[in-house]
Design a protein around this ligand. Structure first.
Ligand code: SAM
Length: 203
């Protein structure tokens, strides 16, 4: 068994809710979710909830040495493993909800692409909104945000709430076909044209 799988199973046993998956995502799902990463230019790509790195590897392949890749992971064991495996990635031990601060501290502009592996179904409504509002604020006007949900749980309240919020916060939300070669099968949401919250007007 690989070090990654041992690390995944250990963290899953310790805190199943925070990990929120029974296995790392498959290569077909990683291909689908990273398809929005441009192969040219110097894009800034932000990855939320990289875990043991299923999407990280694919993002690095697509970037092929160009651009910049930030990975925001709340679990210190996963973050350390990832930083060791991928020295070319800026791995930040932090909550995805603090994305705005993380970019500002590094004087970085809005990201061209944000990819999420976060376990939305285990988040409260407040946490889902906090992170999605941070994503919308951190995404370039012509940027793309991709995330996924497990097919079997798509009609459960947390997943329906996520879909509603995505449609509220993005002008375009396209639901991809089911990726059956994933455990469990999953669907990818491709979101574009973020709708920014109007700034509060002080009197
Ligand atoms: C379902 S796993 C996905 C891992 C990987 N992206 C994949 O698809 O195989 C979810 C990951 O999100 C991380 N996570 C959960 N809540 C987070 C948060 N608020 N901020 C950053 N990472 C978080 C977990 O520690 C875990 O590594």
């Amino acid at each position: 068994m690989s070090t990654e799988m041992i690390s995944f199973l250990t963290q899953l046993a310790r805190n199943p809710l925070a990990v929120g998956a029974v296995a790392p995502s498959s290569v077909p799902l990683a291909e689908r979710i990273t398809a929005t990463i441009p192969r040219t230019g110097q894009p800034l790509v932000v990855e939320l909830g990289p875990g043991t790195g299923s999407f990280t590897r694919m993002i690095q392949q697509r970037l092929a040495g160009q651009g910049r890749h930030l990975a925001v992971e709340i679990n210190p064991t996963f973050a350390d493993l990832l930083a060791q495996r991928h020295p070319e990635v800026d791995v930040l031990k932090a909550d995805a909800g603090s994305l705005g601060r993380l970019l500002a501290e590094r004087n970085l502009p809005r990201a061209e692409v944000i990819v999420s592996g976060l376990p939305w179904a285990v988040f409260s409504e407040q946490k889902q909104r906090e992170i999605l509002v941070a994503v919308v604020a951190a995404l370039a006007d012509d940027g793309a945000f991709t995330t996924f949900a497990y097919q079997h749980a798509r009609w459960a309240p947390p997943a329906r709430r996520l879909q509603r919020m995505l449609r509220e916060l993005f002008e375009e939300v396209v639901v991809g076909g089911t990726v059956w070669a994933n455990l469990p099968p999953a669907v990818v949401y491709h979101c574009r044209r973020p709708i920014r919250q109007p700034a509060a007007v002080s009197s």
